[in-house]
Structures are given as C-alpha cells and as structure tokens.
Ligand binder design. Structure first.
Ligand SMILES: [Mg+2]
Length: 391
C-alpha cells in the first residue's frame, strides 16, 4: 500500500504498512497509529501553509513532530505564549496536587524504610537528569563531585547500578566509580564484576571480558548482533544531518542518537525526516523519543525494565520477598523499569521531575539535588541500623 499520491497530501509513504509498527512509532504516541486511530483522510484535510518540497509529510503524518515536542517539555511554562496569566503560584499548586499521587521520596522516606525493614535494598539509577542536570551539550552532562560521593557512599551499602541510554563507556567515564554495575544503551550493554554478576549458561549473550583497568568482568549484551548495523546507521546519520545546524549524532553502540536540543525548532521536521529516511531501510531498527533526542534502537524485547530484572537475577536478588529494588529516573525510558517494579509489586520507582506528569513511579523527587539528598538519607538510615546492630 502506498498512499503517497501526486495530488493529495500523502499520509503514509512507506511502501509496506507494517513498517509503522516496526519503526516503533506506535509505541511513541498516545494513539496506536495515524491510520488506525483517526478516520482515514483526516490528514488530508489539514491545511498546509506552504507546500514543503520533499517528503516532510512522512514525519508529520507519523506524528513524529508531535512526539518530538511532547517529549521535550519546557522546564517552565512560557506564559508569554498564552493569553492567560500563569503565576508561579499556579504552578506550585499544580505540582503540589500532583504530589498527592506521587509523594516526595524525601518526605515519605520513613514510609519507604518501613517497607524496607528486613529487606535488602538494590539501587538502580538513571544518569542524565537524575544524577546530572540536563544541559545543552550532552558531552558536558557532568555529575557534581558531591553527587559522585553520594553515589559512592550508597554503593558501599547497597548494590547499585547505573542504567542509562548512553553507551556504557560514556556513562562509566562520567560516573567514574568502579564499584557500580553499569547498564548502557538502555540496558542492552551490562557490565559487572565477575565475582558478583553471575553469567549463567542460559544467557548466550553473556561473555567474560576485562574492563579498562584490566579487571575481569562479565558482559551481557542481548543485542550484540546489531552492533555493525547501528554503526552503519550512525555513520549515515552523521552524513545526512551534516547540513542541519545544531544536530548532534552519537553512537551509543546499541543505539544511535540524534540530539536536536540545539537545532532551531523550524528545522525539527528536517531532522525527523532525515532519521525517518534512514530508518526506512532498516526494518529491524526502531525509533524512540528521549528528551530532545531521537534514538534508533534494535527491535528487541529488551528495555530498562528487563535490565533491572536481569540484574536482580544475576546478583542473586531475584527473590522479591527479601529485596526492595528502588529505581530513580526522569525519562520515559525509565517508565519500563517503574512498570516492572510496580506490576510485580517488587519495589519503588521514583520519578525525577519538576513538572507534573503521569508515571508508573510511586514517588517523586524534584531534581538531581533532591536525588542526592535521598541517597544521603539512605546511607544515614543504613548506618544507623548498623549502629544498632540491626544488619
Ligand atoms: Mg534520564
């Protein structure tokens, strides 16, 4: 089916309709796919101000642009765009009522710890926006030294893993602590010390390796067969987005990321179109939206939630009766992990957000500085237990 026509604004341009789902578009949007959720022809009635040469309707029809905007909410509401006055007090009220559903993990700390009695806490931490502030240049998303110390102290008492969309190497470089487990590329690239991280025979993608210090580690890479493909896509994306000012393409090994936070919004359609065009040739890859970033990932049943489950099992913490996993993250990719913990009634997701948003998390923290406070409280709590001989 090819709905691209010479006369009307095209709706779908992929020759194979199944490509809608294989591109992962359906999972990005609140509706399943344009064709399925809206009466056919809806897009044909949308007046276009100016016909754009090329095929920008691909990305419009697929909802990419809406998703790009939706996945990049402004930090603060731009009141000048509205004819109503939104005071900071209004925002505070909205945030406060949102917190009834997602209470602060700081003020609810005692409740969380009551539940943790007799259990081993396992900590899972996202990196960007959780341990480090979101900044314009992703290469400079450094965590503060105070945060590094807080994470290191926490890792002394609790098994701690960093689960990031970045490549494992990059997140390791930023965090720089050897005592942690690292899961890069949304959990598709997991590394842990051999002594702790079991590498069972039933995980065919688990291999013995050495880290940068020459220490023996176990690597688990459920999508290793995709490595050459992602590399090829990365190089094509770099080439094809060259002309769009502000675009930054990164190779995260299991995921190629196209950052558009520094791209003028009027050029977002061009960015989306570039990615769309490349993806069309790779039915085994799909698109996901992060914060001002388009990410091309393998179609594989693996996400941060699966990574949490894998790590818990591998660390011998799969028994949910004795273990309380706590996952702290700010991104929509973290929702998979929140969901695993919520649905299995296994532990708590904590969403880091300064604006109200729906989540599968149980609790909230406003920003990375509150994450740091939470980690410190955890350590103090553990120390006080230790002091009482309660370990
Ligand atoms: Mg994040």
């Amino acid at each position: 089916m090819d709905l691209k026509s010479k006369h009307a604004a095209p709706v779908l341009t992929d020759p194979v309709p199944v490509s809608k789902s294989r591109l992962g578009i359906s999972s990005l949007l609140s509706y399943s796919s344009p064709g399925a959720a809206f009466p056919s022809g809806l897009y044909l009635t949308i007046p276009r101000k100016k016909p754009v040469p090329g095929k920008l309707d691909d990305v419009r029809a697929a909802g990419w642009l809406d998703a790009m905007k939706a996945s990049s909410p402004p930090r603060k509401k731009l009141t000048k765009d509205f004819n109503i006055e939104i005071t900071s007090e209004d925002n505070d009220v909205a945030y406060s009522s949102w917190m009834i559903k997602y209470p602060s993990a700081l003020t609810s700390f005692e409740n969380i710890m009551n539940y943790a009695k007799g259990k081993r806490i396992a900590l899972f931490l996202d990196y960007d926006g959780t341990l480090s502030p979101i900044v314009d240049d992703p290469d400079r998303a450094f965590m503060s030294n105070a945060m590094r110390i807080a994470v290191r102290d926490a890792a002394e008492y609790f098994p701690t893993a960093i689960i990031s969309g970045r490549s494992r190497d990059m997140v390791y470089e930023f965090v720089g602590l050897t005592e942690l487990y690292y899961a890069g590329s949304h959990g598709m690239d997991i590394m842990g010390p051999v002594r702790d991280l079991a590498c069972a025979d039933d995980h065919p993608n688990c291999i013995r390796s050495t880290d940068k210090q020459g220490k023996e580690v176990n690597l688990f890479q459920p999508a290793s067969e995709f490595l050459p493909m992602i590399d090829e896509v990365f190089r094509t994306l770099v080439e094809n987005t060259k002309g769009i000012k502000g675009t930054k393409v990164e190779n995260h090994k299991f995921c190629a990321s196209v950052h558009y936070r520094n791209v003028d919004e009027k050029n977002w359609p061009a960015v989306a179109q570039c990615v769309h065009d490349v993806l069309k040739d790779y039915p085994r890859l799909r698109l996901t939206h992060g914060r001002k970033v388009l990410e091309v990932r393998p179609v594989i049943d693996w996400d941060k939630g699966k990574a949490v489950e894998f790590l818990l099992e591998s660390l011998g913490l799969g028994n949910s009766e004795d273990v309380l996993p706590i996952y702290v993250g700010d991104d929509r990719t973290d929702e998979d992990a929140f969901k695993v913990l919520r649905e299995g009634q296994r532990g708590y997701g904590i969403l880091v957000s300064s604006v109200p948003k729906e989540s599968n998390a149980f609790y909230s923290l406003r920003d990375p500085s509150e994450v740091m406070d939470f980690l410190k409280l955890l350590v103090e709590w553990k120390k006080s237990k230790k002091g009482k001989g309660a370990l």
